[in-house]
Each structure stands twice: as C-alpha cells, then as structure tokens.
Design a protein around this ligand. Structure first.
Ligand SMILES: *[C@@H]1O[C@H](CO)[C@@H](O)[C@H](O)[C@H]1NC(C)=O
Ligand SMILES: *[C@@H]1O[C@H](CO)[C@@H](O)[C@H](O)[C@H]1NC(C)=O
Ligand SMILES: *[C@@H]1O[C@H](CO)[C@@H](O)[C@H](O)[C@H]1NC(C)=O
Length: 199
C-alpha cells in the first residue's frame, strides 16, 4: 500500500526531476566523456605530453556546441571528417559563451573539435580524435586544458590554453558552478526517485 503523503512526495520529486531533466539534459551521461578524457590523456602520455586538465567552463561551452549539432546527421563531411581549420561557425556563438559566463577575449585561443559517432561507441569516439587530423591539436603543447560535451551522436572537445586569451576564465564563476551543482542535485534526485520507485 502506498500512503497518500508518500505518493505526494514522490510526485514532487518526480516533477522536480523532470524540470531539471529539461534544463540539464546531459549532466548524468558522463561515462562517454570520462572515457574520452582518459583516452586522450593516455594518448598524450604516449607521446610524452602533459595531461590536459579538466576545465569546467570549457565543458559548459562544449555542451552548448554539442546542443547546436545534435539534430545534424553524421556524414562524411561532418565531425572529424571536416577540413581542419574550418571550425564550425554559429551565429549565436556569443549567446553560447554568455550561457557559460565566458567572454570572447578569454576563449580566442581555443580549439573546438566536434565528432559525430553513432551511439558514441567509445573506441570510435577516441580514434575520431587521436586518429584524425584533430590529432594535430592534441599533439600541441600549447593546450593545457580540456572540456567535453555530448548530445546524442555528437561529442565535442574544446581545448584551452593557460594564457589569458584561452584559459576560459569566467567573468563570473557563479553560473557555471550553479549548473554543475544543479547537475549533481539532478543526478542524486534520479537515484532517489529510482529508490522511491522501487519501494
Ligand atoms: C561522401 O559521401 C558521398 C556519398 O555517400 C560521396 O559521393 C562523396 O564522394 C563522399 N565524400 C568524401 C570526401 O569522401
Ligand atoms: C569516426 O567515427 C566514424 C563513425 O561515425 C567511423 O566510421 C570512423 O572510422 C571514425 N574515424 C576515425 C578516424 O576513427
Ligand atoms: C600527432 O602525433 C602522432 C604521434 O607522434 C603522429 O602519429 C600524428 O601524425 C600527429 N598528428 C598530426 C596531425 O600531425
């Protein structure tokens, strides 16, 4: 028997969770990002380069960019198949930066590398970066940080530098932190709702 009070709590939790799910859809799908992060740093180690540090603000931008790509199909002219130097241009790029509380001046030296891999198969995802012309950037000592975002079949890597023109210093750290905190709450909520549901 489910007590009425209990089921009210359940619906409250569920609706809170749905709201978060709409706003922060990728926060729990972190496995493919961790795999890629570790894979890229193993690759860097294999060619005697320093590991890239996780950069939360670059993560945020990568997520925003992946969001722009998500409805585009994978073709032989998208993702890792694009000609290097032809970075994707978005007319709303300033908005994407603003959502991550970033200024254009802190992000000039970045490299954005989108890849499209059906179902984001980890080995293919990694080789799309290490085995394509993208490796040119991965081989570059000037990059010190990395952000990764994904949506559907798209995964986006953003490389950052440790210079003021590429370090992704937020103009206010609150926004990005709030998003990651909300993500954490969201993930705990999912677990909680899952437990409640099982009871
Ligand atoms: C991409 O695929 C199309 C059709 O599948 C083919 O005609 C074209 O030559 C391919 N382009 C490259 C660069 O492989
Ligand atoms: C990149 O991923 C695609 C799948 O979308 C795969 O066919 C291709 O072989 C991969 N490229 C590299 C260089 O690994
Ligand atoms: C990056 O370095 C690796 C290992 O030295 C090399 O095989 C690869 O060709 C380099 N990538 C580019 C685009 O030069």
């Amino acid at each position: 028997m489910v007590l009425p009070k209990f089921s009210l709590l359940f619906w409250l939790l569920l609706s809170f969770n749905v709201i978060l799910l709409i706003n922060y859809p990728t926060e729990c799908a972190d496995d493919e990002k961790d795999n890629l992060y570790q894979g890229i740093n193993k690759y860097r180690a294999s060619i005697n380069l320093k590991a890239l540090a996780k950069n939360e603000n670059a993560d945020c931008l990568a997520d925003q960019i992946a969001e722009q790509f998500k409805n585009q199909p994978c073709t032989n002219t998208t993702g890792a198949n694009t000609v290097p130097g032809t970075e994707p241009q978005f007319s709303n790029y300033p908005n994407l930066l603003a959502k991550c509380h970033l200024a254009i001046s802190d992000t000039q030296d970045r490299t954005v590398m989108p890849a499209c891999v059906p179902n984001l198969v980890p080995s293919l995802v990694l080789s799309n970066f290490t085995g394509s012309l993208y490796s040119d950037s991965l081989n570059d000592t000037k990059y010190t940080g990395i952000g990764i975002g994904s949506e559907d079949n798209w995964i986006v890597v953003v490389l950052t530098t440790n210079t003021p023109a590429g370090n992704f210093a937020p103009y206010s750290s609150n926004g990005a932190n709030l998003i990651s905190k909300m993500g954490l709450i969201h993930c705990s909520m999912l677990v909680l709702v899952g437990i409640v549901f099982l009871l």
